[in-house]
Design a protein around this ligand. Structure first.
Ligand code: URA
Length: 434
């Protein structure tokens, strides 16, 4: 086989065989297929697309390029969740303990934040002593005994994806349906769970900027996942503003704890209840959606989900006292309100720009080597659709210095679009694809 022939075939709209795709991915992983040829292939795929068989073959070839986590030793049903990315997305911190308190285990591998999006690992390091560097044995034991664990990746999962994703990033080929589907699913399949729930974001702050594209992505993900023998459900959600109100590491942990205490109602909780419902039903812990949702609500009301979170923090070396007393978490010395320049209704909050405000304050990384300031960030007081009076606070900046706070306040004001007329919010949960 020659890579030139495969590039030409795809360029001209041909369909690659599973054997050709496997040969190409194996060669690319080993370094036999050079980056320049793989770039040309990625661009050919970008323009010509791939059918479902090709997408499945690409997913499986990338899955087989590296290690897999073996969850068979963990009793019961194991679930995993993935989000296509968002600002203020602390879903895992609320969802995992809720689901674990209802009897379905969650084995999650997470990353650090880069650019305007935060990473779950950084957020969790707000607990003094907390570590996500778990050896595989300890990870599996904790999933079995506590019901969930969140660890950084140690095994070499899907090295082909790591290489290809970096290449796509610099060749304008990220936004390709088959490339996105195979990239997301190979990693989820390698992580070994039986049930996979995917949060597919739709809107200006997301990969998929229209509902049509988001639903197509959701359908392809569930179809390819099913072919791979997994129970996969995708929930399509709105991403025209940050999720919840807090953006910034410890601030997001505090919001997640408020949700687990039952003191938060809003899009974050709705998302966790919706994703959790799919997990409990697919995992066989609930007979139907109504029963699943009631179980999850009860886990919050009874304090079981908060208790589960405390067990998890303790198991991973953190101080669980902060779970019950969030004042023990990192706190920024400077707090500054951001008054609205004019009155009206919030039409939009540019999610990515809010992420950049937090990054500017030191809460995110511009490069992988940067360290993050866990205390800083933004707490929004207004969400899309809310009325605003002139001078009313749009949000609070949590900063290290007065100067950083003042700059961030100007940036945050620019993230808001205020409309003169009432604004109708699009439904937050746009649909569930099974
Ligand atoms: N997330 C991934 O892991 N890969 C993509 O291609 C897009 C989102």
């Amino acid at each position: 086989m020659r890579m030139t022939d495969l590039i030409q075939k795809k360029r001209d709209g041909g369909v690659l065989t599973a054997q050709e795709i496997r040969w190409m991915i194996e060669g690319y992983t080993k370094g036999d297929v050079p980056d320049y040829q793989m770039s040309a292939m990625a661009m050919a795929i970008y323009f010509q697309g791939m059918d479902i068989e090709e997408t499945y073959a690409l997913t499986m070839a990338m899955l087989d390029s590296g290690d897999r986590i073996d969850l068979r030793g963990v009793s019961g049903i194991k679930a995993d969740k993935h989000s296509t990315g968002g600002v203020g997305d602390k879903t895992s911190l609320v969802l995992c303990p809720m689901v674990a308190a209802c009897g379905v285990k969650m084995a999650k591998l997470s990353g650090r934040g880069l650019g305007h999006t935060g990473g779950t690992i950084d957020k969790l390091e707000s607990f003094p002593g907390f570590t996500t560097a778990l050896e595989q044995d300890a990870f599996l034991r904790q999933v079995d005994e506590v019901g969930f664990a969140i660890a950084g990746q140690t095994a070499e999962l899907c090295p082909a994806d790591k290489k290809l994703y970096a290449l796509r990033d610099v060749t304008a080929t990220v936004a390709s349906m088959p490339l996105i589907v195979s990239s997301i699913l190979c990693k989820k399949l390698a992580a070994g769970a039986d049930v996979i729930v995917l949060d597919v974001k739709s809107g200006s702050g997301a990969f998929m900027q229209t509902d049509e594209a988001a639903f197509e992505l959701a359908k392809t993900l569930t179809e390819v996942g099913r072919r791979a023998g997994k129970r996969v459900v995708a929930v399509v959600t709105d991403m025209d503003e940050p999720l919840g109100n807090a953006v910034g590491n410890a601030l997001e942990v505090k919001e997640a704890l408020a949700a687990l205490r039952g003191e938060y109602q809003g899009d974050l909780l709705e998302l966790c209840l919706t994703l959790g419902t799919q997990i409990l039903r697919e995992g066989g812990a609930a007979a139907d959606d109504a029963q699943a949702r009631a179980m999850l609500e009860k886990a919050i009301e009874s304090g079981a989900a908060l208790e589960k979170f405390a067990q998890f923090v303790r198991a991973q070396g953190g101080d669980p006292a902060a779970v019950y007393d969030p004042a023990l978490l990192p706190e920024a010395p400077v707090k500054l309100e951001v008054p609205a320049a004019a009155g009206g209704y919030v039409g939009r909050i540019h999610a990515e720009s809010v992420g950049l405000v937090s990054m500017h304050l030191g809460g995110g990384r511009a490069t992988k080597e940067d360290t993050v300031d866990l205390a800083v960030g933004v707490v929004l007081h207004k969400k899309v659709g809310d009325p605003v009076a002139p001078g009313e606070s749009l949000g609070t900046i949590h900063a290290r210095t007065e100067q950083a706070a003042a700059q961030a306040a100007d940036m945050l004001r620019d993230c808001f679009e205020i409309a003169p007329e009432p604004v109708t919010r699009a439904p937050f949960i746009k649909g569930v694809v099974k």
